[in-house]
Design a protein around this ligand. Structure first.
Ligand code: ADP
Ligand code: MG
Length: 220
């Protein structure tokens, strides 16, 4: 019998952190799938294990047990070298706290990414796409939270990844700004990038996604 595997398929995934004699189970038998081209959301309270799922899918962390199939390949069996290539070319990541370099301008922040990806887009064009065309020479501290989020989004798209992962993009932002961010996320999605984001904000998640999963203390 043929079983259909989704574009992203996490199956019976566990992540355990050993802290001295205690084991923290951040992901406890997580299974879910996402189709190519979708905009999917995993919803969960703080500490539910969302960032852990995202970091594993982004190749920044590895699970303790279970499979993580992306486009037919199980990245949980990847060597560190394969994971590096995967992180550089296949995925874009937007971190919870943007992780911009404070002493580099907006343009220089996105240009940093072009040094590690194979077919980088033009930095100014990327900044224009995310509405920062007139802010290219500003430093992150001269940008609002929403603009910094847009800059982080632009940087993640420099290598034109097939999969974009975002960690709580609405966190701390005003509703109008959240709408702007999601308009941009949807534009990127409509151009063909599969997107998974994690959120605490149920209203945002349900308003903007094709598919939503709920993560409760380590379980989907
Ligand atoms: P969320 O993103 O949903 O807030 P996380 O995935 O960051 O949740 O964390 C899930 C659980 O795993 C939390 O209890 C957190 O303290 C724990 N955890 C996450 N990363 C580590 C780590 N590197 N070492 C130990 N515990 C961790
Ligand atoms: Mg988190």
């Amino acid at each position: 019998m043929e079983t259909k595997i989704a574009y992203i398929e996490m199956q019976h995934s566990y992540k355990r952190y050993q802290m001295g004699s205690t084991t923290i189970t951040a992901n406890d038998d997580v299974s879910f799938g996402i189709e190519k081209g979708e905009l999917a959301i995993i919803l969960g309270a703080s500490g539910a294990g969302k960032s852990t799922v995202l970091n594993i899918l982004g190749g920044m962390d590895t699970n303790s047990e279970g499979s993580v199939v992306i486009d037919g390949r199980d990245i949980s069996n990847y060597s560190p070298k394969q994971l590096t290539a995967y992180r550089r070319t296949d995925t874009g990541f937007v971190f919870q706290f943007y992780n911009l370099v404070a002493n580099l301008t907006a343009k220089e922040n996105v240009e940093l990414a072009s040094q590690i990806v194979s077919d980088a887009q033009d930095a100014v064009k990327v900044l224009e796409d995310v509405g920062l065309g007139d802010r290219v020479d500003n430093f992150p501290a001269q940008l609002s939270g929403g603009e910094q989020q847009m800059l982080a989004l632009g940087r993640a798209m420099m290598g034109q990844p097939e999969l974009l992962l975002l960690d709580e993009p609405s966190l701390g932002l005003a509703p109008l700004i959240i709408n702007d961010i999601f308009r941009e996320i949807k534009r990127i999605n409509e151009l063909g990038t599969t997107i998974l984001l994690v959120e605490q904000n149920a209203k945002v998640a349900l308003k903007h996604s094709h598919r939503a999963y709920v993560l409760e203390t380590g379980k989907v």
